[in-house]
Design a protein around this ligand. Structure first.
Ligand code: HEM
Length: 349
């Protein structure tokens, strides 16, 4: 069993300098709203999303003429970063999820709070405090490289979607084509985060309601949760399951006693190290496989929201199926990532 302690705190406010520096290349973009935050889309693509405008389609060959080497450029960054820091994989996939669920896939998660402003950007919201710095670093590096070869063309939102796909594949998961053509947003507000990001203690009903509100189905919920086949969670996300589950003063009966014992050693009820994390998948924490589903069946789910997918009769059959069929999971995951990666991007003006 592996346990990891994160010793350094990520510096969330100091990242992404290259993103805001691209503003000079964007002559027609104006920044009128001083209380908002300027992440300029380098292709002048920073637009506000409007619900009244015409449909917008993404396409695999969106940059075929303007930046044909885009995928190789991003790939050179992700493969290097994956070698140096494999946690960049789960970090970036979670970053995409948190971007897409709040105001659509518009890279608004990357925008920094304007110094001195009282209005916080998304990344400074409570629910985003544990997003790892390695995810932000990946996009920052990739954006800088892409800008050097294809100045003023590619949106950060597209780079994030490509990088997430790269990491899924590098970690052993499926390779899938990424459709592109997202526009970067220029509005980012922490106040929009809390009701758009699911919590570790959410019931299936609560998770489903949120996913449905994004145009995602019950199947998408189960399949996308499979991303918890790699990566880590902090003790605070599951500690109540270890000591006082839903106010019972008892541990969660749906956690395997050996996992319970091991997690208790790392995560005391009081006074533990707030940086301590545990792997979602105790056997292969850096591999993108379908072990997540088998773990749920074996009561080895880390979060209550994960284990709930096995306990609920609506989701259990799919959990069982995906646990025995890696090919089906990989196919379904690729399709669900395309759906998630399209949230909110089809209605731009
Ligand atoms: C369905 C409801 C979901 C809930 C309640 C949830 C909740 C969480 C929580 C609490 C963490 C641990 C954060 C920490 O302590 O650092 C986490 C990590 C993670 N989540 Fe989710 N999540 C959900 C769905 C998703 C989806 C849809 C994806 C992507 C497709 C995703 C990808 C990840 C990844 C990869 C990590 C590990 C991050 C890392 O190690 O840096 N999650 N999630």
């Amino acid at each position: 069993m592996y346990f990891f302690t994160v010793l350094s705190c990520p510096a969330y406010t100091t990242i992404m300098p290259s993103l805001s520096s691209s503003s000079s290349s964007c002559s027609t973009c104006t920044f009128l709203l001083s209380f908002l935050f300027a992440l300029t889309a380098s292709n002048c693509a920073a637009r506000e999303i409007s619900s009244t405008s015409s449909p917008r389609q993404l396409s695999v060959d969106y940059y075929a003429k303007t930046c044909p080497q885009l995928e190789q450029l991003v790939g050179s960054v992700t493969s290097q970063q994956f070698k140096e820091a494999p946690v960049s994989g789960p970090a970036t996939i979670r970053l995409l999820f948190h971007d897409c669920f709040v105001q659509g896939c518009d890279a608004s998660i990357l925008i920094s709070t304007t110094p001195g402003s009282e209005v916080l950007a998304e990344k400074d919201a409570e629910d985003n405090q544990d997003l790892r710095v390695e995810g932000f670093q990946t996009i920052s590096k990739a954006k800088a490289l892409v800008e050097s070869k294809c100045p003023g063309v590619v949106s950060s939102a597209d780079i994030l979607a490509i990088a997430a796909r790269d990491y899924v594949h590098l970690a052993g998961g499926p390779y899938y084509q990424v459709k592109k053509g997202r526009w970067d947003g220029k509005i980012s507000m922490a106040s929009r985060v809390p009701y758009n990001i699911p919590r570790a203690n959410f019931t299936v009903d609560q998770q489903l309601k949120l996913f449905n509100s994004k145009g995602l189905t019950l199947e998408d919920l189960v399949v996308l949760s499979g991303a918890h086949t790699f990566g880590f969670a902090h003790c605070k996300q599951f500690v109540s399951r270890l000591y006082n589950y839903r106010g019972s003063k008892q541990p969660d009966p749906d956690m395997d006693p050996r996992l319970l014992k091991a997690l208790r050693m790392s995560c005391p009820q009081f006074g533990g190290n707030s940086d301590t994390v545990a792997p979602f998948d105790v056997t292969t924490p850096f591999v993108f496989d379908h072990a997540y589903y088998g773990n749920l069946e074996a009561k080895l789910g880390l979060l209550a929201s994960d284990q709930a997918l096995f306990l609920d009769p609506r989701t259990k059959p799919l959990v069982l199926q995906l646990g025995t069929d890696k090919h089906k999971f990989f196919q379904a995951f690729a399709a669900a990532m395309e759906k998630m990666g399209s949230i909110g991007v089809e209605r731009g003006t």
